[in-house]
Design a protein around this ligand. Structure first.
Ligand code: TGC
Ligand code: FAD
Length: 392
């Protein structure tokens, strides 16, 4: 990839609303991405390999459990710092942000919120340091948008549970040390179980040939009569609301992350448009290109303020699921549109790996699908404003 010359757009002075801590955390993540991610990410994506060498750095910048209390190894930061870290990482690559999202919001969060003290002490410090990597198994071959229909189930065998079923499209599964798995008990009630690599009957085959999130490892979770110790059941919450509560946290992080991808595309396109000469002028001098760039910075600015406000509400414990859906949906759509427009500004160069735009564009096709599709988030808003569910 060409040298990383990224300069973050801040058209309306959002920085004035951030604390010194927010800016320190954000700048540390930004520097780390420039130093460690940008130089290697294009090759990793081209080769479809997750760059494991980034794991220790992710832990160091506080990306594993930013808001988990320090006593459990987390960074003890607020929700805006968490968001800013996700923004900076996704500025580098959505796949790397995925690893951080899953680890923090889909693995550490449920252990912290729904686990007992023994489980917290056993797993959280190791997850925070990156010694353990986790994954989250909700989606199944026959149940994506509709997880309540899940078929994975466990049976009480007296001294252990017996787990059977399969999960599909699971980020980090091929190398994860532990999986937080959602499964139904004999009464059909959904519970979370911590399944550890090495348990007999548990396998995690990798999903190949993706055109999107190529620098992230995706795979299956297969449970063939896996004996799960009883102490691995998360005791403090059950029902679909338990995994959905984790999704609230991850979707919030994605709303920030998508801004990072959009910023990177915009910044690259702006620089290119000012340098590329056609018809004797920089292409930035043509109205059609200015329209694209002006609309991009407008959309990025709107998303920055929507998401900052969501962060304030989240810090106060007032952000609703529907508000989080709106931000995830709006920002990912915004980023994908900006990636497509930016790609055009670069002409043929836009399709090469010399620039990050095409990689962001392809990544965002996953981001607009996972953690609730674009349609599902619209229906969540629809339900919230009308009181009528259009899901079923
Ligand atoms: P519904 O009847 O609405 O709700 C069932 C129960 O859950 C409660 N609830 C929530 N609780 C906590 N937090 C939330 N956000 C909640 N939303 C709902 C609700 O009150 C109810 O409780 P109770 O006590 O009455 O039973 O459920 P539904 O079956 O109608 O489904 C609603 C729907 C469609 C919105 C939901 O199923 C959904 O969000 N589907 C999308 C699935 C999804 O997002 N999957 C993501 C998989 S993980 C992933 O993609 C990771 S990508 C990782 C990466 O790489 O970054
Ligand atoms: P489907 O649910 O089959 O939907 C197909 C289409 O139908 C979509 O356009 C959808 O919007 C539409 N649709 C569905 N229901 C309705 C409705 N009621 N009304 C209108 N339209 C509807 N899952 C995990 O559990 N853990 C992970 O770590 C994880 N990582 C992922 C990583 C990647 C790279 C990808 C691509 C996915 C990942 N997922 C993960 C799965 C992801 O959450 C699902 O793909 C997503 O929830 C959608 O499910 P589906 O793909 O089965 O699509």
């Amino acid at each position: 990839m060409a040298q990383d010359l990224f300069q973050a757009p801040d058209y309306y002075g959002l920085d004035d609303l951030l604390t010194e801590e927010h800016k320190l955390v954000r700048d540390a993540a930004r520097e780390w991405v420039k130093r460690e991610v940008s130089p290697i990410i294009e090759d990793a994506a081209q080769e479809a390999k997750f760059p494991k060498q980034l794991l220790s750095g992710l832990a160091e910048i506080g990306a594993f459990g930013p808001y988990i209390p320090v006593e459990y190894g987390g960074a003890g930061l607020d929700q805006i710092s968490y968001g800013l870290i996700m923004q900076e990482i996704e500025r580098g690559d959505s796949g790397i942000r995925s690893t951080a999202s899953v680890q923090s919001s889909l693995v550490m969060y449920p252990i912290w919120k729904y686990g007992n003290e023994e489980q917290r002490q056993k797993y959280l410090p190791k997850l925070a340091s990156g010694e353990f990597i986790g994954c989250f198994g909700l989606t199944e071959p026959n149940h994506g948008s509709n997880p309540s229909g899940m078929e994975t189930k466990f049976k009480d065998m007296g001294d252990h549970y017996l787990l059977n079923g399969a999960k599909l499209w699971i980020s980090n599964s091929p190398f994860a040390d532990i999986a937080v798995v959602w499964a139904k008990n004999e009464e059909g009630r959904i519970h979370g179980l911590i399944v550890e690599r090495g348990m007999e009957g548990f396998s995690t085959p990798e999903t190949h040939h993706k055109w999107s999130l190529r620098a992230s490892a995706t795979g299956e979770l297969i449970f063939d009569n896996v004996k799960v110790p009883k102490e691995n059941l998360l005791p403090n919450k059950s029902g679909l609301g338990a995994p959905l509560g984790c999704l609230d946290s991850a979707r919030y992080g994605i709303a920030w992350g998508a801004i990072g991808a959009a910023m990177d595309c915009y910044d690259t396109a702006l620089r290119y448009a000012k340098e590329r000469i056609q018809f004797g002028k920089p292409i930035a001098a043509f109205q059609l290109q200015q329209k694209k760039l002006a609309e991009m910075i407008t959309e990025i600015t709107k998303a920055q303020f929507l998401t900052w406000r969501l962060g304030v509400l989240k810090n106060e414990g007032r952000a609703t699921t529907a508000q989080i859906s709106m931000a995830k949906r709006n920002n990912v759509d915004m980023a994908l549109k900006i990636a497509r427009e930016s790609r055009q500004i670069l002409g043929a160069m836009g399709i090469t790996g010399d620039y990050s735009i095409m990689r962001h564009m392809m990544n965002l096709e996953s981001v607009i699908t996972y953690e609730g599709t674009h349609d599902i988030h619209l229906l969540i808003t629809g339900l919230d404003i009308t009181g009528i569910s259009a899901f079923k």
